[in-house]
Write a protein that binds this ligand. Structure first.
Ligand code: TYD
Length: 137
């Protein structure tokens, strides 16, 4: 897969003086049905999360609060995306190595995922990931 398939999506935003509202419907605003939600919080300064790829999983990653960077890598090209809006999310397709870093204090990272947790769906070794992408030895 190519990182060019990974796009920042603009989510619906209902602006309201009482506070804004964003909603996400699986299969409609994002290109998969949502089977799992998880979130990262209390991330210490300088910490990095991620550092793996998924074989089949699609995800949408949102900075619900604060900001952080997602670094996406398909083995050939890399891009760094800064996330700092509750109404934007980066769609990450399968077979993309991702790292999350540069977390601001108090940042909350929400992840919507297309499937349940399955350790067998992970590549945690970068060389193994490259090999699966048909790159390198
Ligand atoms: P991991 O996916 O490596 O975290 P990150 O990509 O955010 O750095 O998961 C960290 C640990 O949490 C690992 O032991 C698996 C466990 N875990 C679950 O049990 N369920 C889940 O839905 C997720 C995302 C992780």
């Amino acid at each position: 897969m190519s990182i060019h398939r990974c796009k920042v999506l603009d989510l619906p935003k209902i602006s309201d003086p009482r506070g804004n509202l964003t909603f996400i419907e699986g299969g409609s605003h994002i290109p998969f049905d949502i089977r799992r939600v998880y979130y990262l919080y209390d991330v210490p300064g300088g910490a990095e999360r991620g550092g793996h790829a998924h074989k089949d999983l699609s995800q949408l990653i949102i900075a619900m609060s604060g900001s952080f960077d997602a670094v996406l890598d398909d083995g050939r090209e890399k891009k760094r995306v800064h996330l700092n809006r509750s109404y934007n999310g980066i769609y990450v397709c399968p077979m993309i190595w991702r790292e999350l870093d540069n977390f601001s204090s108090g940042a909350v990272c929400l992840v919507l995922a297309s499937n349940l947790y399955d350790e067998a769906d992970y590549y945690r070794d970068y060389d193994e990931f490259l090999h699966a992408q048909g790159i390198g030895g």
